[in-house]
Ligand binder design. Structure first.
Ligand code: SAM
Length: 151
């Protein structure tokens, strides 16, 4: 995102994941640091649910928001059903999107089908009182095959 955007924030609850992301950004776009020193990516270690809640209530607005969550393991203290977690995250993001903004939202949860995912997005948009239009649907890369049936 950084070459095309004025400012970019990258959020993850995992410090090692942020470090890898920062290394990837430097490898893919070494010119960023040299050309435009003000245009560094800000890496934020935080729980996305809490961060989005704080940011949306403080009135922060963004042109583009990308969500790529991972279903939280059932043993985690903050566990909630995948569909509920996805809806909550998308709802908070939609509240922070500027009118005409772009939400890029992903799911790799085996437990949420594509039709259910779209339904959940429509519900989140209704709750956020936003009109959401589907612009493009993409799938995963070949190295991340989708499991079609469980055992
Ligand atoms: C599917 S991966 C994202 C991969 C990344 N978009 C990429 O392309 O490399 C999911 C990421 O979500 C992070 N994560 C899981 N739960 C989170 C939470 N509650 N808040 C913030 N990040 C979380 C994990 O640490 C993991 O890096």
């Amino acid at each position: 995102m950084a070459p095309g955007c004025a400012q970019v924030w990258g959020v993850d609850s995992s410090r090692p994941a942020l470090e890898v992301a920062e290394q990837n950004a430097a490898l893919n776009h070494p010119q960023l640091k040299d050309k435009d020193k003000n245009k560094e990516i800000e890496w934020i270690e935080a729980n996305a649910f809490d961060l989005l809640k704080d940011y949306s209530s403080s009135g922060q607005r963004y042109d583009t928001i990308i969500l790529d969550p991972r279903p939280s393991p059932k043993r985690s203290a903050t566990w909630m059903p995948p569909s509920a977690a996805i809806k909550k995250l998308n709802l908070r993001a939609l509240k922070m999107l500027r009118p005409g903004g772009i939400l890029v939202t992903c799911s790799c949860s085996y437990h949420v089908s594509f039709p259910d995912f779209l339904g959940m997005l429509a519900d989140a948009a209704r709750d956020a009182r936003r009109n959401l239009r589907l612009v493009e649907v993409r799938g995963q890369a070949k190295d991340h095959p989708v499991l079609l049936n469980g055992r």
